[in-house]
Design a protein around this ligand. Structure first.
Ligand SMILES: Nc1ncnc2c1ncn2[C@@H]1O[C@H](COP(=O)(O)OP(=O)(O)OP(=O)(O)O)[C@@H](O)[C@H]1O
Length: 429
C-alpha cells in the first residue's frame, strides 16, 4: 500500500469488507476473496438498491424448476469461511449450533440463505447469506440495515411467505421448511404496511384475529378489551369506529395490537412506528415494552432511537449478512471509537479550521462540509476530550474566528452509518 504504516481509523472494518467481497465472486473473479489493494479504506456512499416492497404478501417461489432450485441452493451455500466472520457474529453462530433448548429460545435460525433467481439475464441475488441467530423468550431483537440489506427477506422466510434456498429456522421448535401450519398459531405479525379492512371496527379486527388464534367466549372478549385498552383505542369508544375513520397512528396501533392477539410465542414487527408522530411513537413503544414478557420479538426499524429504546440486542445487516451483533450500548462502545467534532467558522477560514483539526488529530476524517460548518470523526485512540478543549481554547490565538463548535461521543446512528457507508458499496451489485 502507498500509505506506509499509517492505519486508517476505520481499519477494523477492512476484514468485513474482504469478507463481503469473498462470498460473491466480484471483480477478482468468481469466488475471489482477495483483499483490496489499498491500505486506505475508500468510504463510498451508500446505495439504495431495494426495489421490492417488503410488505409483499405473496409467497415468492424460489425458482420454477427443481434443477434451478438446486443451482440456487448451491450458490447460496457458497458461504463464508467461519474464520473470516466478525467475532461477535461467529460467537452467535457457535451459540446457535449448540442450542437445543427451544423452550427458552423460541427462534433459532440456522444457516438460513435466500437467493432470488436473476431476472432478464441478471445473476441470482443473494439476499440473505448464512444467517445464524438465537432469540430468547422476553428478548426483543432488532434487525437494522440499509435498504435492500435483506431484513424483510429474512423475516418473510421466518413467517412462511418465502421459501429458504438453504438452511432453516426453528420457531417454538417447529421447522419453517415443513411445519409452517404449526408455526402460524404461534406467531403474530405487524407488517410494514397496515393490512386492515376499512369497514371493520378495531374491535371487529381483534375479534376476528382472536378467533383465528382459538379464543372464544369470555376469554375472547377479555383479550379484545385488554388489547384495545393497551393501544389507547378503548376510551371514547374509538374501538367501535370503522378503521377508515382512524388516523395513521391509530391504524398502526391497531396493527400492533393484532400482532399480539392470542398471546403468540413470537411476534414480528416490521417498521412498527414508521409514519407516526412523536407522541404516537412513544405510546406504541410502551405497548411493545408492556408485551415483551414471555415472548420473542423481532423488529425491523430505520430508527436508531426506536432500536435503543426497545431492543435488547441488535444485528446490523449489510448486503445479506450480519456484520455485527450485540446490545445497543455494547455495539456503540465497541465500534464507536471516535468523537464527533463540529466547528463553524467564516467560509474563508475553512482551510485554517481544517489545519487546526489536522494538527490536533492527524487521522481525523471530514464527514461534512457546508458554508463554513465542518464535521469530523476524531479517533479516540489519538485525541482525548481534554485535547479538543485545549485546542479550541487556543483557536483565537491561532487566528480563527470560531462561530460555534461542539464535540460528542459517537452514537448508535453514527456507528450504523459507518458500517453502511464502509461496507454498503458491496451491496450495490
Ligand atoms: N422477489 C425478489 N426478487 C428479486 N430480488 C429481490 C426480491 N425481493 C427482494 N429482492 C432483493 O433482495 C435484496 C434484499 O431485499 P429486502 O427487501 O429483504 O431488503 P430490506 O433490508 O428489507 O430493505 P428495506 O429496508 O428497503 O425494506 C434487495 O437487493 C432486493 O432488491
Amino acid at each position: 500500500s502507498g500509505t506506509g504504516n499509517r492505519r486508517h481509523p476505520l481499519f477494523f472494518l477492512e476484514p468485513l469488507r474482504n469478507w463481503l467481497s469473498g462470498g460473491k465472486g466480484g471483480k477478482g473473479g468468481k469466488g475471489s476473496r482477495q483483499p483490496r489493494a489499498s491500505g486506505e479504506l475508500q468510504l463510498p456512499t451508500i446505495k439504495s438498491s431495494s426495489v421490492v416492497s417488503s410488505s409483499s404478501m405473496l409467497r415468492v417461489a424460489a425458482t420454477s424448476s427443481a434443477a434451478g432450485k438446486a443451482a440456487l441452493t448451491a450458490a447460496a451455500a457458497g458461504g463464508v469461511p467461519p474464520a473470516e466472520e466478525p467475532d461477535d457474529v461467529a460467537e452467535e453462530r457457535a451459540r446457535v449450533e449448540g442450542l437445543n433448548a427451544y423452550e427458552a429460545h423460541p427462534i433459532v435460525v440456522r444457516q438460513l440463505n435466500k437467493t432470488y433467481p436473476g431476472l432478464d439475464g441478471q445473476p441470482p441475488k443473494l439476499a440473505v447469506r448464512t444467517l445464524n441467530l438465537g432469540i430468547e423468550r422476553g428478548e426483543c431483537f432488532g434487525l437494522l440495515g440499509p435498504n435492500g440489506a435483506g431484513k424483510s427477506t429474512s423475516i418473510n422466510m421466518m413467517v412462511g411467505l418465502l421459501e429458504p434456498s438453504a438452511g432453516t429456522a426453528l420457531i417454538g421448535g417447529y421447522d419453517i421448511t415443513h411445519d409452517m401450519d404449526a408455526i402460524y398459531s404461534l406467531m403474530g405479525v405487524c407488517p410494514q404496511h397496515d393490512l386492515l379492512w376499512e369497514t371493520l371496527t378495531g374491535r371487529q379486527h381483534l375479534l376476528f384475529y382472536g378467533r383465528l388464534k382459538g379464543l372464544t367466549g369470555p376469554a375472547l372478549e377479555a383479550a379484545v378489551e385488554s388489547s384495545l385498552r393497551a393501544v389507547n383505542l378503548w376510551s371514547g369508544k374509538v374501538g367501535d369506529k370503522q378503521a377508515r375513520q382512524y388516523s395513521g397512528g391509530m391504524k398502526r396501533r391497531l396493527s400492533v395490537a393484532i400482532s399480539f392477539t392470542g398471546n403468540p410465542l413470537v411476534v414480528y414487527l416490521d417498521e412498527p412506528s414508521t409514519g407516526l408522530d412523536p407522541a404516537s411513537r412513544r405510546n406504541l413503544w410502551d405497548v411493545v415494552k408492556a408485551n415483551k414478557r414471555d415472548r420473542a420479538i423481532v423488529l425491523t426499524t430505520h430508527s436508531m432511537e426506536e432500536a435503543e429504546m426497545l431492543c435488547d440486542r441488535l444485528g446490523i445487516f449489510v448486503d445479506g449478512r450480519l456484520v455485527c451483533i450485540g446490545n445497543p450500548k455494547e455495539i456503540t462502545s465497541r465500534y464507536g471509537g471516535f468523537l464527533v467534532f463540529t466547528i463553524t467558522v467564516p467560509a474563508e477560514q475553512e482551510a485554517a479550521a481544517r489545519q487546526l483539526v489536522a494538527a490536533m488529530s492527524p487521522n481525523a476524517r471530514l464527514t461534512y462540509s457546508v458554508g463554513g460548518t465542518l464535521k469530523f470523526e476524531l479517533p479516540t485512540a489519538e485525541v482525548s476530550l481534554s485535547r479538543v478543549f485545549a485546542t479550541m481554547a487556543g483557536s483565537r490565538a491561532a487566528g480563527l474566528a470560531v462561530l460555534d463548535w461542539g464535540v460528542a461521543n459517537a452514537t448508535l446512528e453514527e456507528v450504523f452509518i459507518l458500517f453502511a457507508r464502509a461496507i454498503g458499496a458491496k451491496a450495490g451489485d
